[in-house]
Write a protein of this length. Structure first.
Length: 424
């Protein structure tokens, strides 16, 4: 659908603040303080009732964070955006708003590690059941939805399997049973993706990743496209009688986010607002690097099963291309012979860093099963289907030749022969 990347840079660079800054600062200053003073008690009362748009307390709202939310709203085309203290906080807040004891979530076991654990352990204690199924299988999805299903939750590109479900189909299946579709679009940012056009109702993003501008800070975002009718939701039906499709947004903003204390810090919002300005450029360059590296890895005999959505022989290629266009992100995985081979390969790398995180400006590599998924019991490890011989690589903005050279030297166990790099 998106053959061309949407140019979000100028959209952001030309966007002025809603309220003029006192000193005409071009970057929104960090309003790092907690409280805001009022001229009189009446104004203060109105502020607490949300009648005059004034700030009261930075756990509830903050001018620096609002500028970030406004920019995200511009580029995501969401009706409402709420910034959270992390991607996990954003996911938690969504389910604190819609789930209830006895309800269930239909999702895939192919999930980011903490999301899996949130569903499988944390929410379970509150009697929210998670039904793990294959989101590529229409019948399995339909079989798992019932009148207690509070959402279908899907990662638009799954981490680390790089699976791509048909979002329009998921949206159709969900809506035909009065269930909202929630997508985690952390792995495919807005230059390539418009969630609303594919029928996603609520979108969450870990802004720690692409958006932060090179791993500057932890943050999360909740986008409400206000496309879902909440009148059958046990948690939101009362509210929806008066505010209609804004019921989720209003509950989230006026109750949940302030009660969970998960609002974004203004320091983070400042950094991530700057990150947004270069998002398009970084995403394009990192995605290009990722695809060329994937093609290169396919030519190396020791490397098996190179998984990158942009490779035409990849099972997710067609759907990825249809939904996200030419650039499908900067993450790939590949397999080596076994776990010891993975470990010694990791230990010999000199340019690519051994670290967890995605979409830093630097390339990062990790052995997911021994790290991200290491605390899961054997049954859960089986469910998530991450093989022991798999490595996950998040490709950065380095010169691609340096990355290739590093991989070759680490595979061949050669002594330090970084001629190109040493000559730089
Ligand atoms: C990292 C990540 C998260 C969690 O985000 P944090 O900002 O680390 O809390 C959620 N979903 C996906 C797909 C991720 O990659």
């Amino acid at each position: 659908m998106n053959k061309e990347q949407k140019d979000i840079s100028s959209l952001i660079l030309n966007r002025r603040f809603q309220q003029k800054d006192t000193y005409n600062s071009i970057s929104m200053p960090i309003y790092g303080g907690v409280a805001f003073e009022f001229d009189n008690a009446e104004e203060m009362e109105d502020a607490f009732l949300g009648k005059n748009g004034k700030y009261t307390y930075s756990r509830i709202s903050n001018p620096t964070v609002e500028v970030f939310e406004d920019r995200v709203q511009q580029i995501s085309e969401a009706k409402h955006v709420l910034a959270a203290s992390s991607g996990m906080a954003a996911i938690l807040d969504i389910f604190m708003t819609i789930a209830y004891a006895g309800s269930n979530i239909v999702t895939s076991p192919h999930l980011f590690g903490n999301t899996f654990s949130l569903f499988n352990s944390t929410l379970k204690v509150f009697e929210v059941e998670t039904r793990f199924c294959n989101l590529l299988d229409e019948q399995e999805i339909t079989r798992n939805i019932d009148d207690k299903t509070c959402a279908i939750f899907v990662e638009a590109i799954t981490n680390p399997h790089l699976e791509v479900a048909d979002l329009q189909l998921l949206s159709f299946l969900a809506h035909s049973k009065n269930v909202p579709l929630i997508a985690d679009s952390t792995l495919v940012p807005w230059p390539a993706f418009n969630a609303k056009k594919l029928g996603v109702d609520l979108e969450i993003v870990s802004s720690t990743k692409y958006i932060s501008g090179g791993a500057t800070s932890i943050g999360g975002l909740i986008m409400d496209h206000q496309t879902f009718d909440w009148s059958n939701s046990p948690r939101l039906k009362e509210l929806s009688k008066t505010v209609g499709e804004q019921a989720f947004t209003i509950k989230l903003r006026n109750e949940i986010s302030r009660n969970t204390g998960t609002y974004m810090s203004p320091y983070v919002a400042f950094l991530q607002s700057l990150g947004l300005e270069t998002l398009s450029l970084r995403f394009k360059k990192a995605s290009e690097n990722c695809l060329s590296l994937a093609k290169f890895l396919q030519t190396i005999p020791q490397i098996k099963e190179v998984n990158c959505i942009g490779l035409p022989d990849n099972p997710s290629y067609k759907m990825g291309n249809k939904q996200f266009g030419e650039y499908s992100g900067a993450m790939l995985t590949f397999n080596l012979k076994d776990r010891p081979t993975c470990f010694s390969f990791l230990n010999r790398l000199q340019v690519i860093r051994r670290a967890t995180n995605l979409f830093d400006n630097k390339s990062l590599i990790i052995h997911p099963l021994s790290t991200i998924y290491s605390t899961l019991n054997d049954k859960c490890k089986k469910m998530i289907e991450v093989p022991n011989e798999m490595l996950r690589l998040s490709v950065g903005l380095e010169n691609i030749e340096d990355l290739k050279e590093d991989i070759l030297q680490a595979l061949n166990n050669e002594k330090k022969n970084r001629t190109r790099l040493l000559s730089l």
